[in-house]
Design a binder for this molecule. Structure first.
Ligand SMILES: [Zn+2]
Length: 309
């Protein structure tokens, strides 16, 4: 269990945060897919960021971040559950090749049409409940900046994120300023000027970190190196793992949503349908008998009425 998410709290500064390092989970995610280096860097940064966000939210469900790109990358998706099961995938645009020197903007926001969607998807949905979803334009030159701007605009939270990724590691550090604690009269308990100074001090410390230093150093060492003089609490580490929640049933439901006519057409062309999971590479095959079963009426104990359910 080398992969770790370490949540931290600076009591006197009203600032919380976290550090994450993903090595086993990250290399396992990459083993199912082959991406050019700039895409690996981008997806790795996103993966570290989503782990940090998921760790900072008290919520029984999954945090999903999607970037819909308008350049060489069409889609990036990272999903992390509150139990730190994480998966990620990227879809490239066949018509626009990735260049080695591609920046974040070139990859996903070449024409300014890129979008970022953050979804909180509860595990146990109340009937009719829809997941919470925020959609923003890609306001920023990096994944970190997009999330920082998102948190500021939609959650009114000052957030700073530092991210780094290569083929072996995905790492991140997040600092987040919590809303001031109020006394019963509604006045801020802490001196807001002090809070402000503290926040800038912590951000200045973290800003000394370079991507190379981050990739080469374990998070305990980084945490100590940056914050050894600070009054800080580190909580028990969480251990993110790669896990894909795909199943034959979910793929079947997806085929049902496509509709009987479309599935029949595809069956006619291909004989059987094989769907590969983008996240874990598992393959699911549905022949005509499987497909017919999907679209036949469910057998229930209700008296036959001739209607389909
Ligand atoms: Zn899967």
């Amino acid at each position: 269990m080398s992969d770790k998410l370490q949540k931290i709290l600076f009591q006197n500064a009203n600032v919380r945060g976290g550090l994450v390092e993903l090595s086993d989970a990250w290399t396992e995610m990459l083993s199912h897919q082959a991406y050019p280096t700039p895409v690996i860097r981008l997806l790795g940064e996103m993966t570290a960021a989503v782990a940090l966000l998921s760790g900072s939210i008290k919520f029984n469900g999954s945090t999903v971040m999607q970037i819909h790109g308008d350049g060489p990358v069409r889609l990036l998706v990272v999903e992390c559950s509150n139990t730190m099961q994480i998966r990620a995938t990227a879809k490239l645009n066949d018509h626009i090749p990735v260049q080695e020197t591609d920046t974040f903007s070139r990859l996903v926001n070449a024409n300014g049409q890129g979008r970022c969607i953050i979804t909180l998807d509860p595990h146990e949905k109340i009937p009719g409940q829809r997941p919470y979803q925020g959609i923003v334009s890609l306001d920023g030159r990096t994944v970190a900046e997009v999330i920082e701007n998102y948190m500021k605009r939609s959650e009114q939270l000052d957030t700073r994120i530092w991210l780094a990724a290569d083929t072996a590691n995905a790492k991140g550090l997040m600092l987040q300023r919590m809303p001031a604690q109020l006394d019963e009269k509604g006045a801020a308990i802490t001196d807001s000027k002090d809070d402000e100074d503290h926040w800038h001090h912590l951000v200045a410390l973290a800003s000394t970190l370079t991507a190379n230093e981050m990739l080469a150093t374990d998070i305990e060492t980084l945490q100590h190196r940056l914050f050894w003089e600070e009054d800080m609490t580190a909580f028990d580490a969480l251990h993110p793992v790669f896990h894909c929640s795909c199943s034959r049933e979910k793929v079947g439901n997806m085929l049902k949503m496509l509709g009987h006519a479309e599935v029949n057409q595809a069956l006619k062309e291909q004989g059987a349908l094989t769907i590969n999971c983008d996240y874990c590479g598992k393959s699911y095959t549905f022949d005509s008998i499987d497909c017919n079963a999907l679209f036949s009426p469910t057998i229930t104990s209700d008296p036959p009425s001739g209607t389909r359910h």
